[in-house]
Design a protein around this ligand. Structure first.
Ligand code: NAD
Length: 396
């Protein structure tokens, strides 16, 4: 037993602890949305790579509680011990596992490095022995590094390509708007980022499942991408990460042809909207953009959370009985509301105008900060933060 009053330890975009009850409340809220908006049947086995937070967690919850699929997740989280609390992703899954067990559903997690041969082998073993052929594979990794089986390590970087770029950013420690200049990446950094966040590992997962005869007829796989606005373009979409995302998108097209022929299935990239996650908080400019965007979308009744986005993905594009609706480049576009011209015009005007003094009025920055703390289970409605709580949680 490790009863503790848990107070936030957060600096900038780094949080070193999480509140188990706050994380549990977040997960229960997502389960409610999946249960109320999805049919409760129709998929047998779903694999989610990157299943513990953000878009991957929403995908695992949609599969398990929205379709009652047997759901296997892969993630890289810090479990709790008697002496130390867990990461937010671990607490999220502790609640998702608990709820699944309570309802008689199957949710399992393999916690380890998804790039490794060992974790792929463990996943195939689990699928063979306790699941069956996979209907849907969601690939939702956001990783800073990749170690190849031969020990070579690749580190991803967030840099512009070609020339230095100066962008407005907000310092999350003191809510100050400032200009920051980013040096361009060299060729090795561009390649390293592609190795981590491009499509190679997604293709390896599909190949591993195929070689093990674990692809169901009609198998569909989706990886998540982002495009975003003009104001973050030099740093994001035209920068190193954007280059990696282009590779991910090209990989989807390559995979799709073989999957259509052999399994009557397909591979797609879904371009999702910007949301507050651990990964997006680390991208310069994105927290400021999200503060402005959320205010703009909320005022029009158009804002969506990760679970609402993923419910829409399954219900309209990849769930049973649907056909993915795609843009000219073959991508599913869940960012359609974010990218509406009237939304983007307004966001870009505010972006030019915003200063430290007008940050709160123009961008609802405290809303962004609250959403960020909620990722770690803090400032969640209905949680008693003065009470000691059990910090050692197992995955049921
Ligand atoms: P996130 O940080 O919330 O989640 C990342 C997940 O990857 C976690 O489950 C984590 O445990 C897992 N992970 C990281 N390294 C791993 C490893 N080596 N092995 C196993 N698991 C590992 O991120 P997110 O924002 O939900 O991003 C997921 C995907 O969605 C990314 O491809 C991202 O580009 C895309 N996306 C994000 C946004 C956004 O605004 N957040 C928008 C559009 C698309």
């Amino acid at each position: 037993m490790s009863q503790e009053v848990v107070t936030p330890r957060i600096r900038g975009f780094i949080a070193t602890n999480a509140h188990p009850d706050g994380c549990a409340a977040n997960v229960r809220q997502q389960i409610e949305v999946a249960e109320s908006d999805l049919p409760g049947a129709g998929l047998d086995n779903v694999l989610v790579v990157g299943s513990s937070t953000g878009y991957g967690l929403a995908s695992a919850i949609s599969a398990c509680f929205g379709y009652h699929a047997k759901t296997l997740g892969v993630c890289f989280e810090r479990p709790s011990t008697e002496d130390r609390g867990a990461s937010a992703g671990w607490y999220n899954l502790a609640e998702a596992h608990r709820a699944a067990a309570e309802q008689g559903r199957t949710l399992e997690t393999i916690n380890g490095d998804a790039f490794s041969a060992d974790v792929k082998a463990q996943t195939l073993d689990a699928l063979r022995s306790r699941f069956g052929k996979v209907d849907v594979l969601i690939y939702s990794l956001a990783a800073p590094r990749r170690e190849d089986p031969d020990g070579e390590v690749w580190n991803s970087v967030l840099k512009p390509i070609g020339a230095p770029h100066t962008s407005k950013t907000v310092d999350l420690r003191n809510a100050t708007v400032e200009e920051q200049t980013f040096d361009p990446a060299d060729d090795d950094e561009i390649e390293a980022t592609r190795r981590v966040m491009g499509g190679d590992d997604w293709a390896d997962w599909v190949e591993a499942l195929q070689d093990a005869d674990l692809l169901a007829d009609g198998f569909r796989t989706v990886a998540y991408s982002y495009i975003g606005p003009a104001v973050t373009r030099q740093l994001y979409r035209s920068g190193t990460i954007g280059r990696a995302k282009e590779h991910l998108e090209a990989t989807g097209n390559d995979l799709s042809a073989g999957l259509a022929e052999r399994h009557d299935g397909g591979a797609w990239v879904s371009v999702n909207k910007a949301v507050v996650t651990q990964a997006s908080a680390a991208i310069p400019g994105v927290p400021l953009y999200l503060g402005i965007l959320t205010k703009t979308l909320t005022a029009r009744g158009l804002d969506e959370s990760p679970i609402e986005q993923i419910v829409r993905l399954f219900a309209d594009h990849i769930g049973p009985g649907t056909s993915p609706q795609v843009d000219a480049a073959g991508r599913i576009r869940l960012d359609d509301r974010e990218m509406l011209p009237e939304v983007q015009d307004l966001v870009s005007d505010v972006w030019d105008e915003v200063t430290t003094e007008s940050l709160e009025a123009l961008a609802d920055f405290s809303g962004y900060q609250r959403a960020f703390r909620q990722l770690f289970g803090f400032e969640v409605d209905g949680v008693d933060y003065d009470a000691a709580t059990e910090t050692h949680r197992e995955l049921a």
